[in-house]
Design a protein around this ligand. Structure first.
Ligand SMILES: Cc1cc2nc3c(=O)[nH]c(=O)nc-3n(C[C@H](O)[C@H](O)[C@H](O)COP(=O)(O)OP(=O)(O)OC[C@H]3O[C@@H](n4cnc5c(N)ncnc54)[C@H](O)[C@@H]3O)c2cc1C
Length: 313
């Protein structure tokens, strides 16, 4: 059933800048809702480089963002301000090449990510891909699934060396079947996937694999998506903003972080943090016209310290 959710700020995108917006808005007592089309928070940091150290964020060890995340398609959000913190756009899974409408089998044996690993218990699973996700899930699900076949177009992988070694050990022990160099030829089944045919890249021979489930883990593309139709002033694939309050061409809609564009823009996390700090101040003014925007340092915010459980002498 559709739910109506009211807030001061609706944030689109739970990357570092969207999450920091929640923190900044919280300092001013503004209520936020944050949505993301991914099933996890963290944006590019979580999706593209989870293990990479970042050295150019001023260190605040106890900084947290209190977020409420609800990605249900059914919800309707009513907000005084909208913050677009959508980074380079929404991450969309790369579809298998040369297959017409693979999405017709979504929830019928085809998936682009693992939502719940227990779903694959005792299933015969074919995984396509040659990066970290394909390797990670082949190893992780090898205990759970009835059978796992990993298909890749060459016998070299782009994932972590350690996980590749684990995968190859599981191939040795018969827990994973490895098919290289193969590419997908056709999805088999009418209402539900019953198998997949694959073609040997070198010999061009085609063979069929029976299976219950197929996971395509070919990585992600970034798209601006529906935001393109919001009639906002754009510069290429980015949303133009002013540099006083990072507002777009529509009042009450702000764009912060990698998604925005202005002279001198740099795609860095701390630039996004600066932008959203100023934008939140303006959002406050729109919520409480005529009121002074409260300003204070987090070091002297005892309410915040209590919430975070930190002691500042
Ligand atoms: C390899 C690499 C290394 C980097 N190293 C550094 C570094 O060392 N230091 C640094 O400062 N920066 C670094 N960056 C850049 C940094 O990651 C970005 O500046 C930062 O992630 C931008 O944050 P963001 O919140 O604006 O966007 P993102 O991190 O891109 O997050 C945007 C979020 O919005 C969601 N979203 C998009 N569209 C929609 C939609 N329509 N509906 C719902 N949700 C949507 C996405 O799913 C995503 O979760 C690096 C980038 C890369 C790729």
């Amino acid at each position: 059933m559709s739910k109506k959710i009211e807030s001061d700020i609706l944030i689109i995108g739970a990357g570092p800048v969207g999450l920091f917006t929640v923190f900044e808005a919280g300092l001013l007592g503004l209520k936020c809702q944050i949505i993301d089309n991914l099933d996890k928070v963290g944006g590019q940091c979580a999706e593209l480089y989870p293990d990479k150290p970042i050295f150019d964020i001023p260190g605040v060890p106890s900084q947290t963002a209190e977020e409420h995340i609800d990605t249900s398609e059914q919800n309707e959000f009513i907000a005084t301000n909208v913050f677009i913190a959508a980074g380079g756009g929404s991450f969309e899974p790369r579809r298998p090449p040369n297959i017409i409408d693979p999405d017709r089998f979504i929830n019928k044996g085809v998936a682009y990510s693992v939502k719940d690993k227990n779903y694959y218990k005792n299933k015969n699973l074919v995984i396509f891909g040659g990066g970290d996700s394909a390797l990670d899930w082949s190893v992780e699900l090898s205990d759970l699934a009835n059978s796992i076949t990993l298909v890749h177009r060459r016998d070299a992988f782009r994932g972590a060396q350690n996980t590749e070694s684990q995968m190859r050990e599981l191939v040795e022990t018969g827990n994973i079947e490895l098919k290289t160099p193969y590419v997908i030829e056709e999805l088999l089944g009418t209402d539900q996937i019953s198998g997949v045919s694959i073609k040997n890249f070198e010999t061009k021979e085609i063979e069929s694999l029976d299976c219950d489930e197929i996971l395509f883990l070919f990585g992600l593309n970034k798209k601006l998506g529906p935001l393109e139709n919001w009639n906002l002033k754009l510069n290429g694939k980015k949303i133009s903003v002013d540099t006083e309050k990072y507002q777009t061409s529509i009042e009450g809609i702000y764009a912060v972080g990698d998604i925005n564009d202005y002279p001198g823009k740099l795609d860095l996390i701390l630039c996004g943090f600066h932008e959203t700090t100023l934008a939140v101040q303006d959002a406050y003014r729109r919520c409480f016209p005529g009121e002074r925007v409260p300003f204070g340092y987090t070091t002297s915010n005892t309410k915040l310290h209590k919430k975070l459980g930190v002691k500042v002498d």
